[in-house]
Design a binder for this molecule. Structure first.
Ligand code: ZN
Length: 913
């Protein structure tokens, strides 16, 4: 009932807005006093926004009435008041969409009255995917009263009908009850194993829903405890058993996923598949054979379950289904976050994907004309075993497409890899199915062309196609996944990958190995001693990430000398001879320069060491493997307590990591004393923080920081500050990063410091302005604020990791080294600065300055300025051409934000010593 009211109210409001007052008054229904209500029979009670539906209604008032005076109402309004959406006027002011196709008549001389109605398309189209409709259609959903009213006799025949997107569409809060109902029905029908778990909660605290369907519990236990561990540790043994037919019964998981909930079918097709495979004994569908003829496939579900474990993750993004948005509530597109994993949803979900390591994955998306199915176009990420993946993915994608069109009225599909030349690549690893390929999974994004009943049917069909393909080819497909793991374990850089890795000219370039024989190093060594590591805090985050994603990490149990460097016991080591070495390498290697391509779907650089800002060494052993036998596996990260010498009153915190910034912000918030070192002296550096020992001692377990006692006989020039008044404007992602660092944000008028990646603030007087990226450069240039300032942008979105020379003498660059790797997706550099400006960072002037990314025309950025600051009479401006807070991944640049903010914070008096 609640839904009825909500639906009704929403609709009423829409009408109120859409029609001028006089028109509403003229059209509104006269109140009819109803004394008697009888049941109205309807031939169908679910109506659709995406399909025209004919409905026959019947009612019996028990006597003859005047048919001329009967009135039909829907949701309390006459039918002609229900008008189609008019895109031009952005109102429901088009033609009526509920039509009476046969006026009320008596059935065969009885008192029974019948009529025929046509419920048309409220948006004038079967496709709700256009953005202008997609954001509003949900206001029409709900339960409505359909009524036949006899005003003469104060009588009404009525029933409740549902208006839905398509029949299977469920709101987020309907999904769990629907799962429960399937479980309950299955419980009385069969012995199949159904398991529900929540892999975690969304930002707003909603449970994600994950369902496992298997033959029985043993199938799941056997896979997780025997088959998968053996696949990852001793794939050769499994390969041998598969070959000689002695492996016996085994089941492997396939995964269905959604991540963009406003691409509605991507959630609902899973409920559809779950229902069929949990409840039915047979599932049939139509596909087309190689000659283009329709063929019927009948799957015996118990036989399918002898081989396959189904996993349904209804959505990565529950909040997005509620709000009908693509992004999560922090404004992040989660399908760009599977590699970075900065958002709570992707952090939790990827742990579960790694745990299962599915053989195949289908993620439901929309809306691409022509019905697109991956594999993707080049350039391909070199960390895949691409040949082995494609041997399975290409035929599987065709099976999915054929079943998709067989199960719907769509007439064609295409593979991105066959239909496009570029621009739909799998170089960037942040999309769920593509990230899953690093687990050896056959990962497919499926893009239906429309938001409609028909597209829902097609998506279910694609799912059936995948199930059937895996069912028919399980041994072959699993063999290839095992070979992927085996190459990893053997450290094998198989040249069969090379022909598939091409440049823009179509020439095979293979994996870019430089001087090395093997693309993959033997080990990555990640030091944690202060001599070899600049940012220990991010090392712990990285190790946690790798373990969470199924990568094996070890720690040395002894001192070891590798090349010229000695590493103490406890140094982290990622052995690259392991099943998931492709995943590890994709996150840890420098990345590729793919600037020759004309188009790229999205940024491609992952490079955690550079973007998170920690030291890593890729190690290639000569004759002797000096790490052999002196490492032990780490299964959980134990972050050590930070050390504080409590014998002294004051401490200096090194400005080396974001944890330190968070700690400082916590102290400032509590009005504790925080000073900023203003000179390099006694081993302390400009930009370090002076704090009281008693204030930080309780926080040693909460933050990773490096503190040195400050003896009173060694005074350093310190500026004491209060909590800065900061405003963030522009992207939600910038705001997220500022909050992540612990800054409390205020509005622009109140702020002393305004940080923006989009525009100039209204008022600059008395403020410090920190501007980031090409939109800001443009706004500043057009404003004429800085005379002599010039810049160049090749294109917003052009991406690069560039060697950068840092002006370490400047306090704004405190805590950075003379040469750093900085990241940009802004395609911009600064060509001239105003008189008196101070340059903060410059792209290195050597030919090798460009490390990785997709930035056509980047050559012209060589040696150019990336950042500068200009002090004016009453305003301070700091401009960065590069990104400081891109998708919360560029954590190494965060302290540039913090330095700018703290430098501009209001000064206060020194504490009593
Ligand atoms: Zn999508």
């Amino acid at each position: 009932m609640k839904r009825f009211l909500v639906g009704f109210l929403a609709l009423f409001m829409a009408f109120s807005l859409a029609l001028p007052y006089s028109a509403q008054a003229a059209q509104s229904v006269e109140a009819v006093e109803v004394a008697v209500t009888t049941e109205l029979d309807v031939s169908r009670s679910v109506l659709s926004l995406t399909e025209i539906r004919d409905v026959t209604i019947e009612a019996d008032f028990g006597r003859k009435v005047d048919l001329e005076n009967l009135e039909l109402q829907f949701g309390g309004k006459t039918l002609d008041e229900w008008k189609q959406w008019d895109a031009d006027s952005k109102s429901y002011s088009g033609n009526p969409f509920i039509l009476v196709t046969k006026e009320p008549y008596y059935v065969d001389g009885t008192t029974k009255i019948a009529a025929e109605l046509e419920f048309g398309l409220p948006f004038g189209t079967e496709d709700l995917s256009p953005r202008s409709i997609r954001v509003i259609y949900k206001e029409l959903l709900g339960d409505y009263e359909l009524a036949l009213i006899d005003g003469d006799n104060e009588a009404k025949a009525a029933t409740t009908v549902q208006l839905n997107v398509y029949d299977e569409f469920l709101e987020w809060d309907e999904i769990k009850p629907s799962i429960d109902q399937i479980f309950e029905e299955a419980g009385s029908l069969n012995e199949r194993y159904l398991h529900y778990e929540s892999p975690g909660k969304s930002v707003e605290g909603k449970d994600m829903h994950l369902v496992v369907l298997a033959k029985d519990e043993d199938a799941v236990t056997n896979y997780l405890e025997n088959t998968l561990p053996a696949a990852l540790e001793t794939p050769e043994e499994l390969l041998a058993k598969l070959k000689d037919g002695t492996l016996g019964d085994y089941q492997i998981p396939i995964w269905f996923n959604n991540i963009h909930p406003d691409e509605a079918e991507g959630i609902d097709f899973q409920t559809g598949l779950l229902k069929q495979f949990a409840l039915e004994s047979e599932v049939s569908f139509t596909t087309t054979d190689d000659n283009g003829n329709d063929t019927e496939v009948v799957l015996n579900v118990d036989e399918v379950l002898d081989h396959i474990i189904f996993i349904f993750n209804f959505s990565h993004n529950p909040d997005g289904r509620v709000h009908n948005t693509r992004a999560n509530v922090n404004g992040f597109d989660l399908n760009r976050d599977n590699a970075y994993q900065t958002q709570i949803e992707t952090i939790q979900l990827n742990q579960v994907i790694a745990k299962w390591t599915p053989l195949a994955m289908m993620e439901g998306h929309g809306y691409v004309k022509g019905f697109l199915i991956e594999p993707a176009t080049p350039p391909h990420n070199p960390n895949f075993e691409y040949d082995l993946l494609m041997e399975g993915m290409i035929p599987q994608a065709h099976a999915m497409g054929q079943a998709g069109i067989g199960n719907s009225e769509l007439t064609s599909y295409f593979l991105a890899s066959e239909g496009y030349k570029d621009g739909w690549d799998d170089m960037g690893p942040s999309y769920t199915p593509i990230f899953s390929m690093l687990h050896g999974t056959l990962g497919h994004t499926v893009e239906v062309p429309t938001l409609s009943q028909n597209a829902y049917d097609a998506m279910v069909g694609a799912g059936l196609g995948m199930i059937n393909y895996v069912f028919e080819n399980k041994d072959d497909l699993f063999t290839r996944q095992l070979e992927i793991f085996n190459r990893g374990l053997n450290g094998e850089d198989n040249r069969l990958v090379d022909p598939l890795l091409t440049n823009a000219a179509g020439e095979s370039i293979g994996r870019v190995r430089g001087e090395h024989e093997n693309f993959f190093p033997d080990y990555y060594v990640i030091p944690i001693d202060s001599f070899n590591q600049k940012n220990v805090s991010e090392v712990y985050n990285m190790v946690d990430y790798l373990i969470r994603n199924g990568v094996k990490v070890e720690q040395t149990t002894d001192v070891v000398k590798i090349g010229p460097t000695t590493y103490p016991e406890g140094t982290f080591v990622v052995p690259m001879k392991q099943a998931k070495r492709g995943l590890a390498n994709a996150m840890l290697y420098a990345g590729d320069d793919v600037s020759d391509w004309e188009a790229m779907y999205d940024p491609v650089v992952a490079n955690f060491p550079a973007l998170r800002g920690f030291n890593i060494v890729d190690v290639r052993m000569k004759e002797e493997d000096v790490l052999e036998g002196i490492t032990a596996e780490v299964t959980e990260v134990a972050v050590p307590t930070s050390e504080v010498d409590e014998g002294k009153a004051m401490q200096v915190l090194k400005n080396v990591n974001n944890d330190t910034i968070k700690l400082v912000n916590e102290l400032l918030k509590e009005e504790k004393h925080v000073g900023i070192v203003q000179e390099d002296k006694h081993g302390f550096e400009i930009g370090d923080f002076v704090v009281r020992t008693e204030d930080i001692a309780p926080l040693v377990d909460k933050y990773v920081f490096e503190a040195t006692a400050l003896p009173t006989y060694r005074p350093v020039d310190t500026k004491w500050i209060v909590e800065p008044k900061v405003a963030g404007s522009g992207s939600g992602q910038l705001t997220f990063s500022l909050k992540e660092l612990g800054f409390t944000l205020t509005d622009e008028e109140q702020a002393d410091i305004v940080v923006s990646d989009s525009a100039l603030p209204q008022e600059l007087t008395g403020k410090t302005y920190v501007g980031i990226g090409n939109s800001v450069l443009k706004a500043v240039h057009e404003s004429g604020l800085l005379e002599g300032f010039e810049y160049k942008t090749t294109k917003g979105g052009h991406e690069g990791l560039v060697k950068t020379m840092v002006n370490t003498d400047h306090p704004l660059m405190a805590g950075y080294r003379p040469e750093e790797l900085f990241y940009t997706t802004r395609g911009s550099w600064i060509t001239a600065v105003p008189e008196g400006a101070e340059v903060l960072a410059t792209v290195k002037g050597t030919d090798d300055f460009f490390v990785a990314g997709w930035w056509p025309g980047h050559e012209d950025a060589k040696g150019k300025i990336l950042a500068f600051t200009q002090q004016m009479e009453d305003t301070s401006v700091i401009l960065f051409a590069n990104d400081l807070a891109f998708r919360a991944h560029t954590k190494h640049s965060y302290r540039l934000l913090a330095n700018s903010i703290f430098t501009a914070a209001e000064e206060t008096t020194a504490p009593e010593q």
